[in-house]
Structure formats: structure tokens, C-alpha cells
Ligand binder design. Structure first.
Ligand code: ADP
Ligand code: MG
Length: 587
């Protein structure tokens, strides 16, 4: 069975720490025995006190006091052991789970990330793991200690007076029922509370991410109202929880008090009238009931947390169970060197959302050839490019690299031959050097600098505060888009791939950086099979061949001159763009 039960799978993570776990369990046992023993011993204090004036009684007093002290110490040690060791095992489980979750996410296909809201993802990685962490730390140990201690206490009570104990046990189901009802209600309220808080958080997130849009559209007041309504609902949900909490404590205390009084009343009669037990036994019994109630309350709370943990665990396991969508064949092809031959053979593709994005695409890029793909935005250019490194699999037809269907390739080997400079460059948190060497971490400083020089990036990098060691990324130095692009080009150059894919690498640049990036790209393309995707036609004039993609179909194909001569979509677009460029020049 592939979907093994949650608990069994958690056990896999705990297994390496089984020695500590055993020791923790042992400590729990000791702790659970110590409490009733302490009550039993402490009750021996009473007779010597009552029989005051005898030296024998004084010795007994010393002895009993010492014994209780020793038991207390032992209980303390055991408690330390169970808490520390229990946490150790719990945290190991969490660590393993967190690591596996991260690793699994790294390998899921892009499809998964498109279909899952990133907020949901982050919540998996943080909240659910945190909830589970809480459960697995002290709570899992408590879940075992609590019933053990309750059991020990009940045994003690029977020894003290079986009649009174039966009386107590008759009342216990009632208390348990009340606790359970309240617990259930509390859970519903807590869930609603968390949902509200999550909604509030996502509103925050949305506004932070879209702050420029909010401000440009003067939507502050509208957002404030939207937030205000949500804020009020959250307040109401939280107050509901507090109300319940406020009710819960006195109710339970009142039930406990009534029970105690009943016990005292019946017990008093047993002592006074029937003389079946001593006063010290009655006091010990009362103490035991106190302990029992405390344990029951603890258990009720634990039960609640445990349920939350189970839900969180299930959500995590769901993500872990998602198959990495790009499957690899057992005898996949891995080639150290290739010429760089690409072939699309009647390729059609649709995203999981439904509509066909590419229709029956066939073309070939021979080794060393530069082929451009142009066309209006939304035509399917990026989609087409993503099929080559197998970020997605074709719906029908085949994409072949070096004559082999990409589905027969070893994924890592295939991707090692492909360099991509994407439309949106993402720099990771780290130094400039680390970013350039992202795909080639073992590259030497000389190689990194060479790549940067080739990408026309060296000049601006050495002017940064710490040169190649300057920190970039989310919290690092701010680089312009042109500079980011050139770092991305250096990154691709350093890998020295046979196949190069440039997805609108110059589209959002001003003309000065475009010239630089263009020059860098030309160097990058030398001797490589290149697929260059462009919206701006001026940048692809020199391609060997140009394919025009429109609504997922190749509608024209040829060199710049051929296409111009044909007077189709290309020549129309080209004319339009030259006019625009001239217009900009005149300004
Ligand atoms: N991840 C996706 N899921 C569903 N549809 C998508 C996805 N990415 C792009 N599309 C759709 O596919 C079509 C082609 O998109 P794309 O390949 O990005 O075009 P281009 O790069 O030519 O602008 C568009 O209609 C777009 O809405
Ligand atoms: Mg695109």
C-alpha cells in the first residue's frame, strides 16, 4: 500500500532515535508511578502529627518527610528525562518531515505550482509543520503520561477506599462527557478563528504585493473597508473563543467542587460513623481526586491538540504523496556531449486548465542554427520553449533533442545541455558571484569573471560596493533589470550549454541596456543552437530563420527578407514596430 497511515510514516522518522524514545517512555512510567506513591507516603504524615508528643512519632515524621522529598526528586528527574528526550525525538521527526517536504517541492512539476495558490503552499511549509511540531514536542509524551498517571491514581484510590472510589468513578463519565462536549465546541470555534486569521493574513499579503496598484487606482479607502469588515469578523470569532474559554474554567471548577464536597460528605460519614477508614486516608483520597481531575483536563486539551495535529499531518502527507509529475524512464538516455539538434514533431499542448495552447507544431533547429520565434503575446512562445527542457510534457506529438524524445532522456542530463535566459530574471539571495555560478557552483573565480566579462556585466559588478561579493536578491542590492539580465546571461554562459533559449531577454529594457544585452547575447549565441523568442522584431533580424507563431500555430516561416517580401503578419508587425521606433526617435 503506497498511502501508508500517517502514524506509521511518522514512525519512520522517529526510528533512528529509538533508544532515546525508549528512555523517554521509561521516564514517563517512573513519573506516573511517583505521583500516587507520593500521595500514599504523604498521608503517613498525618497520624504522627495527630499523636503529638511521642518521640517515635517525631522520627516517623522525619522519615516520611524525607521519603516524600526523595520521591519528589525522582519524579523531577523523570519529568526532565521524558520532556527533554520526548522533545528530542519529536523535533527529529519534524526536521525530517520538513526536509522531505522541501525536497519534494523542489522536484514537483511547474504544473503543481500553477494550480496551488502560493499562500497555500507556504502555509503547508510553515503552519502545518508548526502545528505538528507542537503536537510532537511535549504533547505526544503527555498523551502517554496522563492516562498512566490517572491509572496509578485510581489504583491508589481503590487501595484507600474501594467504596468511595466507585462513587467517584460513577461521577467520572459525567465529567468526561461535559469536557468532551466543551472540547468539541472549542474545536469548532478555534477552527473558525484560524480560518479568519488566515483570511486576514492573505489580505495583508495581497495589499503588500499590490501596493503600487492600490495606490495608483486610489483604492486605499476601498481596501480599508474590505479589511475592516474582515477585521471585525475576526474579532467576533476570537471573542467567541474567549467567551467559551471563560465559561469553561468555572464550569469545570464548579463540577469539581461539587464532587469534592460529595466525597467529603460521604467520606466523613465513613470515617465518623462506619470507621472504615482513617482521616488520613480520606485526605489522601481527596488529593488523589484532585490529581485525577487535573489529568483528565490535561487529556481533554491534549486530545484537541492531537486532532489539530492529525489534520496538519494529513495535509503535509497529501503534498508528500503528490507524484513528481515528470516521470523518468528507468533506462533514460544521458549524453555527456551533444551537437544541439532540436526537433518538434506535430506537437500539441494544453495546460491542465483546458484550452489547447499549441496546435500541431513542427519545425527543426539544426546544430548551431539561430531560430527566432516571434508573434503576439499569448501566442504560446514561452509555452513552446518550456517543452524543450521538459518543464511540461507534450499533449501529443514529440519534442526531440539530439534525435531522442525528451521523455526518453535523463532529466538532469537533458537540462545540463540547455541554458535559459528567461523573461523574468530571478536573482537568489546570495552574492553576485554565487548567482552567476548558480548552475556551476564549482566554477573558479577566473571562470566567473570571464563569463561576466562576456556578458558585459563585469564593468558594473566591479563598481558595486563589494564587487563580486555584493549581496543581491530579495534583501540585497537593487540592480536594474538590464543588470539582472546580464547576470542571467553570464549564468547561462558559464554553463556553456549547446542549446540556448532566450525568452524575450531584451523585451523590458531601455535602449541603452538593450544594446549591451544584445551584444552580450550575440556572443552567447556563437556556435550554439539558439532559440530566440522575441516580441521586438528588430532584435531577431539576423536569425537564420524566423517562425511566426499566432494563436498556437506556426503561420509563417522564413528569413527576415523572405518574410518581409511575403507581406504577411511579419511584415505588418515589422512595419508597425519600425514606425513606433521612429516615433520614439523623434521625441
Ligand atoms: N501556466 C499556465 N496555465 C494555463 N494557461 C497558461 C499558462 N501559461 C500560459 N497560459 C496560456 O497559454 C497561452 C500562451 O501563453 P504563453 O506561452 O505565455 O504566450 P507568449 O509567451 O507567447 O506570450 C496564453 O493564452 C496563456 O494564457
Ligand atoms: Mg512569453
Amino acid at each position: 500500500m503506497r498511502h501508508r497511515r500517517g502514524l506509521v510514516r511518522l514512525w519512520d522518522y522517529a526510528k533512528p532515535s529509538w533508544r532515546r524514545l525508549t528512555l523517554a517512555l521509561l521516564c514517563m512510567g517512573v513519573e506516573a508511578v511517583c505521583v500516587p506513591l507520593m500521595i500514599w507516603t504523604a498521608k503517613e504524615l498525618l497520624p504522627p502529627i495527630l499523636q503529638s508528643g511521642q518521640s517515635q512519632a517525631l522520627r516517623r515524621l522525619d522519615l516520611v518527610a524525607l521519603a516524600v522529598l526523595a520521591l519528589g526528586l525522582l519524579k523531577g528527574l523523570a519529568s526532565y528525562g521524558h520532556y527533554y528526550l520526548g522533545n528530542y525525538v519529536g523535533q527529529r521527526v519534524i526536521q525530517g518531515l520538513r526536509g522531505d517536504l522541501f525536497w519534494h517541492l523542489l522536484r514537483l512539476s511547474p504544473r503543481f505550482f500553477e494550480e496551488t495558490r502560493s499562500g497555500k503552499l507556504i502555509s503547508h511549509l510553515t503552519n502545518d509543520v508548526a502545528v505538528l511540531q507542537q503536537v510532537l514536542s511535549e504533547n505526544i509524551a503527555q498523551v502517554l503520561v496522563t492516562p498512566l498517571m490517572a491509572l496509578g491514581t485510581v489504583v491508589l484510590m481503590f487501595l484507600l477506599s474501594w467504596r468511595l472510589t466507585l462513587l467517584v468513578l460513577l461521577g467520572a463519565p459525567l465529567l468526561a462527557w461535559v469536557l468532551q462536549q466543551m472540547g468539541r465546541k472549542m474545536r469548532r470555534v478555534t477552527e473558525r478563528m484560524q480560518q479568519r486569521l488566515a483570511d486576514l493574513t492573505s489580505l495583508f499579503q495581497e495589499v503588500v504585493l499590490g501596493i503600487r496598484i492600490v495606490q495608483c487606482f486610489n483604492a486605499e479607502e476601498r481596501e480599508r473597508q474590505r479589511f475592516g469588515a474582515e477585521n471585525e469578523r475576526t474579532f467576533a470569532a476570537i471573542m467567541k473563543g474567549h467567551q467559551l474559554q471563560a465559561l469553561m474554567t468555572p464550569t469545570i471548577e464548579w463540577i469539581g467542587l461539587t464532587g469534592m464536597l460529595l466525597l467529603l460528605w460521604f467520606g466523613g460519614r465513613e470515617v465518623i460513623l462506619a470507621q472504615r477508614m482513617g482521616a488520613e486516608d480520606l485526605i489522601a483520597l481527596l488529593g488523589s481526586v484532585q490529581v485525577l481531575i487535573t489529568q483528565m483536563r490535561k487529556f481533554g486539551r491534549l486530545h484537541l491538540i492531537l486532532q489539530q495535529g492529525r489534520a496538519a499531518g494529513q495535509r503535509i502527507l497529501e503534498v508528500l504523496d503528490l507524484p513528481p509529475e515528470i516521470p523518468q524512464k528507468p533506462n533514460a538516455i544521458a549524453l555527456p556531449d551533444i551537437q544541439g539538434h532540436i526537433q518538434f514533431d506535430h506537437v500539441s499542448f494544453q495546460y491542465s486548465s483546458g484550452e489547447m495552447v499549441l496546435h500541431d507544431i513542427s519545425f527543426e533547429v539544426r546544430p548551431g542554427e539561430v531560430v527566432a520565434i516571434a508573434g503576439p503575446s499569448g501566442a504560446g512562445k514561452t509555452t513552446l520553449a518550456n517543452l524543450i527542457p521538459r518543464l511540461y510534457d507534450v499533449t501529443s506529438g514529440s519534442v526531440r533533442v539530439e534525435g531522442y524524445d525528451v521523455r526518453d532522456w535523463d532529466l538532469a542530463s537533458l537540462r545540463s545541455h540547455i541554458g535559459i535566459v528567461p523573461q523574468e530574471v530571478l536573482l537568489f539571495t546570495g552574492t553576485v558571484r554565487e548567482n552567476i555560478a548558480y548552475g556551476q557552483p564549482e566554477a573558479s573565480d577566473e571562470e566567473v569573471e570571464w563569463a561576466a566579462r562576456m556578458a558585459y556585466a563585469h564593468e558594473f559588478i566591479v563598481r558595486l560596493p563589494q564587487g563580486y561579493q555584493t549581496w543581491v536578491g530579495e534583501r540585497g542590492a537593487k540592480l536594474s533589470r538590464g543588470q539582472c539580465q546580464r547576470i542571467a546571461i553570464a549564468r547561462a554562459l558559464l554553463r556553456n550549454p549547446r542549446i540556448l533559449i532566450l525568452d524575450e531577454a531584451t523585451s523590458a529594457l531601455d535602449s541603452e541596456s538593450e544594446t549591451l544585452v544584445q551584444k552580450a547575447l550575440e556572443r552567447l549565441m556563437e556556435g550554439r543552437t539558439t532559440l530566440i523568442i522575441a516580441h521586438r522584431l528588430s532584435s531577431i533580424r539576423h536569425a537564420h530563420r524566423i517562425l511566426i507563431l499566432d494563436q498556437g500555430r506556426i503561420v509563417e516561416e522564413g528569413s527576415h527578407e523572405e518574410l518581409l517580401g511575403r507581406g504577411g503578419l511579419y511584415s505588418k508587425l515589422y512595419e508597425l514596430q519600425s514606425l513606433q521606433a521612429r516615433g520614439e526617435g523623434l521625441e
